[in-house]
Design a binder for this molecule. Structure first.
Ligand code: 13P
Length: 333
């Protein structure tokens, strides 16, 4: 796989008007989502739900890629076609989450380091054979008193860079996801400072590991007020600060930045992305989305585990995908 091919894939994932659907919830996370709608999480209910999402008519007009969990990339649709085939038929690229989760960081209570490097080369080769074109690894940073620590920032950056190098070696595009959580009562200024520090550290390590920036995507949090902060920054401030922070820390060689939604409501996540793409001067990278909850909240609720709700649920997904597609162009109204 050449660097040019990686670059092509990365650029296609952030094509005009398109972004990524994150549907890679681990077993405990999808169970939590299903608990919310009163549906048992079984292999077949997870299959039915995800098949419903991927087979949404015309969803490929606004979704370029979908991130899968290990179980899903091996599953078949009800008619026996593989879900990977269903995704490809929609004109969408399949991707795969390859980290094995955020684990407590030894010596640093309340902080985590994301694991999954052991055996990753072999797993990546298998995922490539199963049809994956890109991969995802999520590092998590919590804001609190004296945290994130330097230990947490550097350990996660190192792991992200080792992951990204292995992914490119396997011919896939790495999505590098450092997520500064929005939990807490900190104000937007703190989120801004922490996000910049985290991003600088990540790009330092990516350089040390010689990751080709042209063949990767960054999936960061937006710069936003903590959920419990009494003073909530408005949409314009979030847009301006997020782009300023990214400009300070993200090299122009990176083709695209695909935000996570991180617990923002679906509408707010769309408004934030739209406002960023409406700011006067164009930044050097595409600004798009890789939303999980902000794309799935509406279809999940509409589906509620009932086959008769399929069309309503698909319409709800299409609506969010279309709105976010417009937000990548700054034309969402
Ligand atoms: P949210 O958009 O729900 O934050 O999920 C995106 C994601 O993939 C987190 O790793």
């Amino acid at each position: 796989m050449t660097e040019a091919t990686l670059e092509q894939t990365a650029k296609a994932l952030v094509a005009d008007g398109k972004g990524i659907l994150a549907a890679d919830e681990s077993a405990p996370t999808i169970k939590k989502r299903f608990d919310g709608i009163g549906v048992d999480s079984t292999e077949s209910s997870r299959r039915d739900y995800r098949e419903m999402l991927f087979s949404t008519p015309r969803v490929g007009e606004h979704i370029s890629g979908v991130i899968l969990f290990d179980e899903t990339i091996r599953q078949d649709a009800a008619d026996g076609t593989s879900l990977v085939e269903v995704i490809r038929d929609a004109g969408i690229m399949p991707g795969i989450k390859v980290d094995t989760g955020a684990k407590p960081l030894a010596g640093f209570p309340g902080e985590t380091v994301t694991e999954g490097l052991d055996g990753l080369r072999d797993r990546l080769n298998e995922y490539a054979e199963l049809g994956a074109r890109f991969a995802k690894w999520r590092a998590v940073y919590r804001i609190g008193e004296d945290i994130p620590s330097a230990a947490c920032v550097t350990a996660n950056a190192h792991a992200l860079a080792r992951y990204a190098a292995l992914v490119q070696e396997a011919g896939l595009v790495p999505i590098v996801e450092p997520e500064v959580l929005m939990d807490g009562d900190h104000d937007i200024e703190v989120c801004d400072l922490v996000s910049e520090e985290v991003l600088r550290s990540v790009f330092n390590e990516l350089a040390v590991q010689e990751v080709a920036l042209e063949g990767m995507l960054l999936k960061p949090n937006m710069v936003i007020s903590g959920t419990d902060c009494p003073e909530q920054a408005d949409v314009q401030e979030v847009a301006e600060r997020t782009v300023r922070c990214l400009k300070r820390a993200v090299p122009a060689a990176v083709p695209g930045i695909v935000f996570l939604s991180g617990g923002q409501s679906d509408e707010v996540a769309t408004l934030h992305l739209n406002a960023m793409n409406k700011l006067g001067e164009r930044p050097p990278w595409k600004l798009s989305f890789s939303y999980g909850r902000a794309l799935q909240a509406a279809p999940l609720k509409a589906w509620a585990g009932k086959p008769e709700n399929l069309e309503t649920a698909q319409a709800a997904l299409f609506e969010r995908a279309q709105a976010n597609g417009q937000a990548t162009l700054g034309t969402y109204a």
